[in-house]
Design a protein around this ligand. Sequence first.
Ligand SMILES: Cc1cc2nc3c(=O)[nH]c(=O)nc-3n(C[C@H](O)[C@H](O)[C@H](O)COP(=O)(O)OP(=O)(O)OC[C@H]3O[C@@H](n4cnc5c(N)ncnc54)[C@H](O)[C@@H]3O)c2cc1C
Length: 375
Amino acid sequence: MAFKNTSQRSWWEKESMSFTRDLIVVGSGITGLSTALFWKRRHPQARILVLDRGFWPTGATGRNAGFACFGSAGELVDDLVHESEESVKDRLRLRLEGLDLLRNELGDEHIGYAMTGGYEIFDTTDDPHYRESIAQMPRFSKWVEEITGVPNSYESRTVNGYPSIFNGLEGYLNSGMLMQRLLQKVSEAGVEVRWNTPVSEVMAQKVTLSDGLELAADRVLLATNGYSSTLHGETAVQPARGYAFVTKPLKKLPWHGSCHYNRGYVYFRDLGDRLLIGGARDVDKPTETSIENEINPRIRQWLIDFVSNQLNVDHNWEIDTEWTGVMGFGATKTPECRKTSDGVYLAAGLGGMGVAIGMKLAQNMVQLLDEEQGG
Ligand SMILES: Cc1cc2nc3c(=O)[nH]c(=O)nc-3n(C[C@H](O)[C@H](O)[C@H](O)COP(=O)(O)OP(=O)(O)OC[C@H]3O[C@@H](n4cnc5c(N)ncnc54)[C@H](O)[C@@H]3O)c2cc1C
């Protein structure tokens, strides 16, 4: 028989366990944990509780590829088709500042960060997208220089026979180390984190767990990214599943750094003497709106063929570990950071950029919470 909590409380539970929290955060990914950390820092007396349904964070933060990237030239060219120059530049700034914040907060050595540089590769110089990206390079380099002070960051190069655009400021990190470091900081700061605690309902000032237990809080923040629509109807953020795998060790791995292909849909990097590759969601986008961690055989096969036919690694390479994770994509590439009409706060919709913008989004959320509190 399944255990069901009720609203019945013992004297002791009532007195010492079920007090009203100042803030309950649902979701222990980079967004939820960073918000809890920054809020606690500003309000040391605040009682903050982070809830996650998994035994550890089971969203995209621990399932990504670890690219600490801010935008390939091809991605920026694509963005300019849909958005104004101002919003594309704003996001570039957000990503660059977000990466700085992440590195300063957690420390490069604790998150395995390396500024390796990154290549965006193209099949041929005749590709109109390549030509447009090359033509726009000076403009994008100028934007990056305005933000970082580093000139000419985008350069045309050939890598392993592919025409490419290199940016020396791109890099990657170890997502497992990032999670561990962030959890360590959160626990040292005195934030309470509860695992294996699926939430079934959120309302202003109240969170209901799947076992029926109700918890009270002055504020409730949903930091559930791709899962947000399962808990709140008032969000445009929808799930978008991503797939990745790591190969067994390779003798021949001619790639170093964070590499992109096909407008950023495909991404790959070295991981010691292994290759980590993921993406290709565009091969079957309609199926990849699921929140189930299942592997799509079409996408898997596409990536296998890409590695075998285009990346020039050992011919008998094998997959070691493969997985999926769920991202959240909103109506635009700008994440939602707001209070909903029923008083719940929402920070979600980080797309494929959460490593870079997760902490910045958390900072913005803390500012919003403070403004609302008159702090
Ligand atoms: C395969 C893949 C590769 C990626 N590669 C990169 C990359 O290289 N670089 C990059 O910048 N970004 C990448 N991303 C995107 C990035 O990982 C995300 O943008 C980022 O991790 C989002 O962080 P978050 O904290 O907002 O959400 P998440 O990390 O998804 O956290 C949400 C949390 O909410 C919890 N939760 C959900 N529902 C409930 C519930 N009902 N009750 C309790 N808890 C709940 C989940 O368990 C989860 O821990 C990738 C994503 C994937 C899937």
